[in-house]
Write a protein that binds this ligand. Sequence first.
Ligand SMILES: Nc1ncnc2c1ncn2[C@@H]1O[C@H](COP(=O)(O)OP(=O)(O)OP(=O)(O)O)[C@@H](O)[C@H]1O
Ligand SMILES: [Mg+2]
Length: 390
Amino acid sequence: MSYASSILHPNFKLGVLGGGQLGKMMAQAASNWHLPLYLMDQSADFPAARVSPFFTEGDFKSYDDVYQFGKDKDVLTIEIEHVNTEALHRLVEEGVKVHPAPDKLDIIKDKGLQKQFYAARGIPTSPFRLYPDASAVRGAVASGTLSLPFVQKSRTAGYDGKGVSVIRNEAALAEKLLPGPCLIEELVDIDKELAVIVARNEDGAIKAFPTVEMAFNPQANLVEFLFCPANISKELEEAAVQLSTEVIEAFGICGLLAVELFLDREGKLLVNEVAPRPHNSGHHTIDSCYTSQFEQHLRGVLNLPLGSTKMKAPSVMVNLLGAAGQTGPVHYEGLADCLEIAGVHLHLYGKSTTKPFRKMGHATVVDESLEAAVEKAREVQRKLQIVAGE
Ligand SMILES: Nc1ncnc2c1ncn2[C@@H]1O[C@H](COP(=O)(O)OP(=O)(O)OP(=O)(O)O)[C@@H](O)[C@H]1O
Ligand SMILES: [Mg+2]
């Protein structure tokens, strides 16, 4: 069923678990249709509360909070995957539409199950093994069943590179292993990190945004720049979109799926991981594509026609990170200078405290060529400093 006629009904309720910057931008997209978005997160100080009057304080990891929040909603979605899925299963039984489906969310939340899902379906991904804890990993190295180097990932609750440890040598093996259940992956010789955001609706329609290329900040281990279009051949672009389409079909979920890919030095595409929601690698779509990822997510979960994903202009997205060594009430230096630059769109998330490398916002720079946009993005980085103020 399409919700096209019901979304304007005053009683129609679309709920979102999570109220950070992604929830904020989703609420902004919904407001174009005058569609109220009901969001839940821990504090009414969070970014989304500023743009939605329907903000509930609650913990999306709590069974009771999720159940209570969800039970009067027509459709429920997420802006973060670490939510209580037990409550979502019950809500589905009671007739609430939940997108993405909780059984698929259970798989995606656990990086171990996620990798097994790909392996079982022949979806290309780096070879891996699961271990119960760090000492089992050390034991496997000692007995020769596992060899260095490798990448260790916590099975649950990792984000922004925090649950990932690259183990290159004996010293790292002694000091850098993460505790708890984990997977060990082959260290991929990465040429480029790419991402494709695909959307699907209940009718099974699928559309992909153009492939983007990510550049990482080595110190913070998170995305610093994102280029759209990616600097890859047409064949690779098509292969990346084809692979991502296969992945969303395999999951069969509605709404967005952000597919993070590695292009290795042999030219092979591997699926790294997915996120079933709007994603950092799709922020540029607000300013540079016919449809934003946030509107596309709404279209997907409401079974509306998916929007055109066509690019209006090449763009660079730069994450605006808290300056190194600065913790405290946030203060933006050089904001006005950035606003002088043609094609620079600033998106600030309204976080009250800055920390080293914390994502405080992003800027999307559009221009006639990617090179010109890159120049301006670097200028934004030079001019804008996010520091601790009074
Ligand atoms: N098998 C691998 N080989 C080489 N590098 C890897 C591998 N797995 C992860 N990485 C590097 O670590 C980064 C973070 O890994 P991953 O995306 O799995 O973690 P994450 O915590 O979910 O990150 P994020 O939230 O930023 O997406 C990757 O973008 C990549 O740069
Ligand atoms: Mg990732």
